[in-house]
Design a protein around this ligand. Structure first.
Ligand SMILES: Cc1cc2nc3c(=O)[nH]c(=O)nc-3n(C[C@H](O)[C@H](O)[C@H](O)COP(=O)(O)OP(=O)(O)OC[C@H]3O[C@@H](n4cnc5c(N)ncnc54)[C@H](O)[C@@H]3O)c2cc1C
Length: 369
């Protein structure tokens, strides 16, 4: 937002930019690269994950090319996702079906903020972190009041740009009165690891009956940003770590196959198995007998085998059942072997029903039935 466009020549800077998000940082890089004296005031010393935009559509990529930052983004933080899968429709190759002939880019927002702000700094902008702008006074030569280490400093510029986000104080300083419409949709976002969707394909499921949509944006190496956009009256607000299972359930209801999330849950379950086994080893090392603890591991691990074997079929279909001698068999046929053997593991070495009794009596101190 333009606070004031003045003609003063004695100002401290040509341009002061309030906010070093992607908007402010990209502008700063462009202006500083064109020889302007630019100051960026950014209040965050380190950017946090605020769950925001992590998908640049091809037309945004074209803008990044015009700004001269496309290659930099690719090199430092962006991941190309050329395909778009709207579930129930043929997968679209964005490189051949968009006027820009470009893939989409996905990225981790805080990482991209750092990259673009660094680029602004390299182009000659004076980037100040941990500096909060208290007020901008519009006028012939606008003044920005900057809070630096507890003291307030006044700086002038020919123009002040308020790129200070959606709760922008620039609106107030500029004399505008913001009006907010009814909130029609809410958005929830989660970063998930170990998902089994393709790394080059963004996935969207629109459910007109529920009035919602769910999105998956892969960022490479199994990491995926997942969003669910929903009307506030349709489900209780989804918020916080405890709501991740509900987030997944609601996304599945919206239309994303549950198998897409399977890897994330299984990765957590494998880690739990690892920790259970380490606890048993730690007890043995101390001369203790892992009694109920060993039973807990046995039940968890053998039932996890079943979940892995069945998830493999959800994800890979019949391929997961190819035997080791078949050259197409994934991981040398071990999934097929696991599928055949998991029922045996559940009773071999003490059935899991007996293990549950041991856990109840010796672990939880419950009476014998
Ligand atoms: C859930 C969600 C998903 C989104 N998904 C997408 C997407 O997939 N693709 C897409 O293109 N867009 C998406 N967007 C929109 C996109 O994130 C925003 O348009 C973009 O981040 C705006 O950038 P900005 O630099 O203008 O503001 P911001 O990123 O909000 O940056 C503002 C900066 O100003 C700083 N600041 C604020 N006040 C002051 C002050 N007084 N003094 C100093 N510093 C200050 C803040 O610390 C912040 O760093 C999404 C948004 C949300 C909320």
């Amino acid at each position: 937002m333009l606070a004031r466009f003045g003609g003063a020549t004695m100002a401290d800077f040509d341009v002061i930019i309030v906010g070093g998000g992607l908007g402010g940082a990209a502008l700063a890089r462009l202006l500083a690269g064109n020889g302007m004296r630019v100051l960026v005031a950014e209040r965050e010393r380190q950017f946090k994950d605020r769950i925001r935009g992590e998908f640049v559509a091809p037309w945004g990529g074209a803008e990044a090319q015009k700004l001269g930052i496309y290659d930099l983004l690719l090199e430092k933080c962006a991941h190309e996702t050329p395909y778009w899968a709207s579930l129930g429709r043929p997968t679209r190759d964005l490189r051949t079906t968009t006027p820009q002939r470009l893939p989409a880019l996905t990225f981790y927002h805080p990482a991209m903020q750092e990259v673009v702000l660094d680029a602004a700094s390299s182009a000659g902008a004076d980037v100040r972190r941990g500096v909060s702008v208290r007020e901008v006074k519009p006028g012939e030569t606008p003044i920005a009041l900057l809070e630096i280490d507890g003291s307030v400093r006044e700086l002038t510029a020919r123009i002040v740009v308020c790129a200070d986000g959606r709760s922008s104080m620039g609106r107030v300083w500029g004399g505008f009165s913001p009006r907010r419409g009814r909130q029609r949709m809410l958005g929830a976002g989660v970063m998930l690891d170990n998902l089994s969707i393709a790394d080059d394909t963004s996935v969207g499921a629109i459910n007109p009956f529920l009035g919602r949509f769910a999105l998956l944006f892969p960022q490479g190496a199994g990491r995926v940003r997942a969003y669910l956009i929903y009307p506030p009256e349709s489900v209780p607000r989804i918020q916080g770590d405890d709501d991740v299972p509900r987030f997944i359930d609601e996304s599945v209801q919206t239309g994303i196959p549950r198998s897409a999330y399977a890897g994330a849950q299984l990765a957590v379950d494998v880690e739990i198995a690892r920790l259970f086994s380490l606890r048993d080893a730690w007890m043995l090392e101390r001369g203790q007998i892992p009694n109920a603890e060993a039973s807990i591991f046995k039940v968890w691990f053998t039932e996890l085998n079943e979940r892995i074997a069945t998830a493999a079929q959800d994800i890979m279909g019949a391929y997961a059942l190819l035997r080791s001698e078949d050259p197409l068999a994934p991981i040398e046929g071990r999934l097929e072997k696991l599928y055949r053997s998991f029922p045996l593991y559940k009773f071999a070495g003490g059935t899991n029903e007996v293990m549950r009794n041991i856990i109840a009596q010796r672990g939880l101190g419950m009476p014998r039935a």
